[in-house]
Design a protein around this ligand. Sequence first.
Ligand code: SF4
Length: 433
Amino acid sequence: MRLIAGNAEQKLLDRLLDACKERGWVKARGKQRTNSTHILAAIRTLNRLEVIGETLRAALNALATVAPEWLQAWVPPVWFERYGRAVDEYRLPKGVEARKVYAETIGTDGMQLLAALWSDPTPIALRQLSVVETLRQTWVHQFYVSEGQVQLRAAKDLPPAGERMDSPYDPDARYGNKRSTTWTGYKVHLTETCDENQVHLITHVITTHAHQADVAQTEPIHVALQAKALLPEQHIVDAGFVDANLIVTSQKHYGVELIGPVRPNVSWQAKTPGAYDISQFQVHWQTKQVTCPQGQKSQQWNPAVDAWGNHVINVRFSRSQCRQCTSRPLCTRAKTDPREITLRPQAEYQALQVVRQQQTTQAWQQTYNQRAGIEGTLSQGINAFGLRRSRYRGLAKTRLQHLLTSTAMNFVAWCPGCKVSLMPKHGLLALPR
Ligand code: SF4
């Protein structure tokens, strides 16, 4: 706790890296690779009914500890029976309607507690308890009031999963999914060196909420490595960490070549032999015009921002020219509208074209193959160091655990003759005497 309070969590890993730097075992401008894995929070996974029941129970338990007289003065006796035991699925009512009634009973009780907390002369300190804030936020997410009745929100009206609290016992833990894996907790991103004939050392660790996208961590990793004077020349990552903007800005701001597969062109034109996909259009950036494969010039060039916040340029050809075009079936499936294409800004567009071409070559594939080694490091962390499950509650302590674990993994990688005894069941590190 003192390490967290003093903002000193990083110190142990950084000291070890400094010692390795002095000995030439780790250096800037080499190759590094990054990947993430899911971390299970140190809590029981709860379903929606359990979340609301346990959130109210946790608030009542906290208030019973800090203000027992205040609570006893007004709390209905039936609540002792209703919230005296853990809210467990096997004790919950069966059937959709019965469960809805039960949820709304809890919702009404919670609303009554919040009203009592926000009424005079209740001490303000009670409503400032973190567990009360969790109750307040969870009730905003889960319920609404209609004609004086507390109603459970329909699933479609809930906030995104990443914004909801999934347990009052670890409000930082979030629901996440990656491909077919779903979990409640966190995500850890490990970055390590991967130069040939060098020991591979973890240079940076980021722990995030489970729902946060990998692509959002690429720049923070570069910022952190720059601060440690450990920026690589090549940073090898999977597709989740790459986009056109990052390819450009990594090189421009950090001198880092970001190596990872970019999304292929998935338009029907790109998948149809002979059809006119975007690569067959000539873009004239100076004159802000595009020439199509039939030699026609575009009529409109409109900068915009797409649904994901990316700057794009919407290009539109002439309706009359496209209508008369004999190659129209190869170009557009629109019934009457002309061909439209969407471009990224010049630097990003050109970078995407270059990478799409490069990633078809054997040389690029050989470089990219080095990324796979990070899976072994993550596996070692999970099997030998208990990385998969958080030992603590909360993002700050989970982050500290990951920093200490990474330091220990570096120590094992760096220490000549040091061997780890793998004990997956207990996640213990055993060093030979
Ligand atoms: S449909 Fe329009 S944009 Fe496409 S090739 Fe024909 S003239 Fe060019």
